[in-house]
Design a protein around this ligand. Structure first.
Ligand code: M6R
Length: 607
């Protein structure tokens, strides 16, 4: 989605802004631009397309005392140079960048047009620049404060004015904005990755706050100009973590990081003495955990599938009913909040609008919502009633990989905790702890299969349709595998319960539509083998992911990926990795833009 960078300080302005934009490329965008304020003018350079195109358009070094930059993911108006941000007012005195959507922009635009204002773009954002110019009376922060009160919708904005040297003003409502505090330099950004190369000191703005920065000072206020004291937080990510470190793509790096990221998600959370889990951030008393009658999960995309896996686990070993819903559906169905229930809002980014708004709706109705998030300080963890950080480290590739297995890890620890308070014995708890602790090593073994999986991807990369089939706790893994393949290779893929195929999808089976079966050695293995035979009988090609030495499955399948034998509840971890690698290598074969697939954004901050 869109990205904002703003800078006040002595470093070369163009370079800082372009570097910040480059660091946010992963979020997904289709145009980019910068505006630099100097005593002569505000220079705006913006282009549809990649940042490389913008960089070419920036001739030489841009001199200035402050500047703003933006990556745009088109919502209102096509992908054109004119619609790219920053936007200027008619006199070229104010430049703004905006993330979010101004819902009442057409009313505001009509009024401004009636007053003679000419618009240069089709965007909702441009009205902000014209309104600030109109209300400016020698104090930029005051003008911004008045204007944001006229806006309906969501915004994170950064603004500069020709009459205010070295000053930037930012404001937020529903779209993240962070202030980076450096040595004689200050930053504004929508995403800490944009500033991590310069400072690790961050202040997260809340909705309804306005910040004014200069190179050596900042001031935060509310919409009534009252000063708001903010705490500096230290960003706990290292610069190397947001670089490729020798890998071809961030996705490849993130897939291979999983032995460590899974380990980090469980570290300090497994209690060997009592064979249970420990999650301090839940903010729930022992009594509240004991009284728990229902677990509900809301999420989108990959996080939703992690929730689905967890629902099988929670019901099977904690014996508590667990339902999982797409967050986008929750908000508008007037959800019923039941007593003694908790909700988990799962979100890697912690900023997904569908999940955030569903969470707020549930909280309004009295629900206790716990976040399972990766990005520290993001909106969902800040507004939730408690939760768990998964500590995956930055996930840069649009396709989520390591966050999925870390979300699973956190949910497995939670399930152990509540299962041990109910029916689970000490012995069963201890077996579960040991099985979970073995997962990082087993995942490392699966990663060694990468070359063989690359060959299978080579064989099948021309298929235009794929089915991913699993059962039980691995049924959601099939969905996740299909999602990975379609988002980065653009091959149409569907996940189904292997049992469901005969109820319709079997009509798709032909030599051109391969099926990938997940066949762990669990209670449903025989059933899945029968489903495989049904597909083979109709000349379907089959790739099977099964356990090592499963010769029966190997004999049936056209191609086979053999993973280590694990505790039957741990298969979602070892079955997911081959699907991530298969999607990655297929996308490579097809020459796709693996880290930034078309039309997609890393963090989806619009509904
Ligand atoms: O940041 P979130 O976990 O809330 O994101 C949810 C989805 O947008 C995300 O998982 C998306 O489906 C990924 N591109 C999947 O790889």
């Amino acid at each position: 989605m869109c990205g904002i960078i703003g800078y006040c300080g002595p470093k070369p302005m163009g370079e800082v802004l372009l570097e910040g934009l480059k660091r946010m490329e992963y979020r997904g965008y289709d145009s980019a631009g910068i505006a630099v304020r100097s005593n002569a003018e505000i220079t705006v350079i913006k282009r549809a397309g990649k940042i490389a195109t913008l960089r070419e358009a920036v001739q030489g070094e841009l001199e200035g005392d402050c500047g703003i930059g933006h990556t745009r993911w088109a919502t209102h108006g096509g992908v054109t140079d004119e619609n790219a941000h920053p936007h200027l007012d008619a006199a070229g005195k104010v430049a703004i960048v905006h993330n979010g959507i101004i819902e009442n922009y057409s009313v505001l635009r009509e009024k401004l047009a009636a007053e003679g204002v000419e618009f240069a773009s089709e965007t909702d954002s441009e009205v902000i620049a014209h309104l600030i110019a109109k209300l400016y009376d020698g104090n930029l922060a005051a003008a911004v404060q008045q204007v944001v009160q006229l806006l309906k919708g969501t915004y994170g904005i950064a603004v500069t004015h020709i009459d205010e040297p070295g000053v930037l003003v930012g404001a937020r409502n529903g779209s993240p904005l962070v202030l980076g505090v450096g040595e004689q330099e200050m930053f504004l950004a929508s995403d800490v990755t944009a500033i991590l190369g310069h400072t690790k000191q961050a202040i997260y703005l809340e909705d309804g706050e306005i910040v004014t920065i200069t190179a050596d000072d900042y001031r935060t206020t509310d919409l009534q100009s009252r000063k708001v004291d903010k705490h500096i937080q230290i960003i706990n990510w290292e610069l190397e973590e947001i670089e490729k470190g020798g890998y071809r793509h961030f996705m490849e790096k993130e897939i291979f990081e999983q032995p460590e990221s899974i380990l980090r998600a469980m570290q300090g959370r497994l209690d060997h003495e009592y064979a249970t889990g420990h999650l301090g951030g839940l903010n729930m008393s022992k009594k509240e955990l004991l009284d728990l009658e229902r677990v509900k999960i809301i999420a989108a995309g990959t996080s939703f599938y992690a929730g689905l896996v967890a629902s099988y686990l929670i019901e099977s070993i904690a014996r508590i009913p667990c339902t999982v819903e797409l967050a986008a559906e929750v908000r508008y169905r007037n959800p019923i909040v039941e007593r003694n229930s908790i909700y988990f809002a799962i979100s890697q980014s912690g900023e997904t609008a569908d999940t955030l708004y569903a969470m707020r709706e549930l909280q309004r109705k009295g629900a206790r919502v716990l976040g399972i998030c990766n990005v520290v300080g993001a909106t969902i963890p800040r507004e939730s009633d408690g939760g768990v950080y998964i500590h995956s480290g930055p996930e840069i590739a649009v396709a989520s990989t390591k966050a999925f297995t870390s979300q699973l890890t956190a949910l497995y620890v939670f399930t152990l905790l509540i299962a041990r308070m109910r029916h689970m014995s000490y012995e069963a708890g201890m077996m579960f702890v040991q099985a979970l602790e073995e997962v990082p090593d087993q995942v490392a073994k699966v990663l060694n299969l990468a070359p063989a999986i690359a060959e299978i991807a080579h064989k099948y990369h021309e298929a235009r349709n794929f089915l991913f089939l699993g059962r039980g706790i691995n049924y959601p893994v099939a969905f996740e595998g299909a999602l990975k393949l379609k988002e980065i290779s653009y091959i149409h893929a569907e996940g189904y319960s292997a049992a469901e195929v005969k109820h319709g999808p079997i009509a798709l089976i032909s030599p051109d539509t391969p099926s990938l079966f997940l066949v762990p050695d669990d209670a449903l293995r025989e059933k899945v083998i029968s489903n495989m035979k049904e597909v083979k009988a109709r000349n379907g090609q089959v790739i099977a992911v099964c356990v090592e030495d499963d010769h029966e499955v190997a004999a049936l399948a056209d191609d086979v990926i053999m993973v280590p034998r694990v505790h039957e509840l741990m298969y979602p971890f070892v079955m997911t990795i081959p699907l991530q690698l298969f999607a990655y290598y297929t996308a490579l074969e097809l020459g796709r833009d693996v880290d930034q697939p078309r039309n997609l954004a890393k963090s989806v901050t619009v509904e």
